[in-house]
Design a binder for this molecule. Structure first.
Ligand code: AKG
Ligand code: FE2
Length: 277
């Protein structure tokens, strides 16, 4: 069972497109996932005597540094353990708040949660200009398409590779029509703030995007997801987001699952079918 989200938490989600819920995942579920990841890495000599071993792999600054270490966990039910009934309950509350009393069936792209893993791959942390993307198009209707859960399997401190989100971007381009993710990104690039965030100019201080900026009358701000095992973030599936470099001494180990409004999923599938035809 999940506790009721407070009015402040719901208002925060509406305004910024995300809310952090600390320590809400059942510790036994966290332990199950942690144990599965640690055992899997231990088999590859990357977790020894209770600690991750950075010297198990050569240094690289590749974006997906040593992602192969967790490949074998893709279908593990232990990864899904942290998507507890309680966590799903929070998503249902978000759905109810956006869609009225009717909680539409929540569906997801993947049955299993997905592990988000970044081996340390940077000496300094920075906000990238690339790989910013959307997981879902805008669809006709009131705009709401669903929620994404990000959960922490291990500690992720600032600079440690936690996902970066463009908070507030869910307010942009809700035009009661289908707009593909690629087009949304293209249009964002024309807007103040996003032109620089997504642009190639490396001479600017890119930390500036951690401060609020205005686009089309809505406040935007890059937010780095950080937390401890058992913490989660719920995000609006319309948010622009990206991978971050991991400038810490610890692997970044999070997981995610997307919950999609059934009507939005239907519209999305219909658009794909049309494109294919
Ligand atoms: O690895 C990350 O932090 C980004 C993940 C992402 O884009 C997603 O889960 O949709
Ligand atoms: Fe994504």
């Amino acid at each position: 069972m999940s506790e009721a989200l407070s009015a402040d938490e719901l208002a925060h989600f509406r305004h910024w497109g995300f809310v952090a819920l600390r320590g809400v995942v059942d510790p036994s579920a966290v332990e199950e996932t942690q144990a599965a990841v640690r055992q899997h890495l231990a088999k590859q000599d990357a977790y020894v005597d209770g600690a991750y071993r950075l010297d198990a792999r050569p240094w690289t600054t590749e974006v997906l540094a040593h992602a192969d270490l967790v490949k074998g966990l893709k279908r593990s039910k232990h990864i899904n353990a942290m998507i507890t009934e309680g966590v799903i309950g929070y998503c249902r509350q978000i759905f109810a708040a956006f869609t009225g009393d009717v909680v539409e069936e929540v569906s997801s792209f993947h049955d299993n949660a997905q592990l988000l893993f970044t081996w340390p791959n940077a000496t300094t942390w920075s906000i990238p200009s690339t790989i910013w993307h959307l997981d879902f198009p805008r669809v006709p209707g009131d705009g709401f398409v669903g929620a994404q859960v990000f959960a922490f399997v291990e500690d992720v401190a600032s600079g440690g590779g936690g996902t970066l989100i463009a908070a507030g971007s869910h307010h942009l381009m809700n035009e009661d029509r289908l707009i593909k993710s690629k087009i949304i990104k293209k249009r964002l690039k024309q807007k103040p703030g996003y032109a620089e965030l997504l642009g190639k100019d490396q001479t600017i201080d890119r930390r500036r995007f951690l401060d609020p900026f205005e686009v089309d009358g809505f406040t935007q701000q890059v937010v780095e997801l950080t937390g401890r095992p058992g913490d989660i973030y719920l995000t609006d599936l319309r948010l622009l987001h990206t991978l971050a470099p991991n400038a810490s001494q610890h692997p970044r180990i999070m997981l995610t699952k997307r919950f999609i409004r059934q009507s939005a999923m239907d519209q999305f599938m219909e658009s794909i079918a049309k494109t294919a035809a």
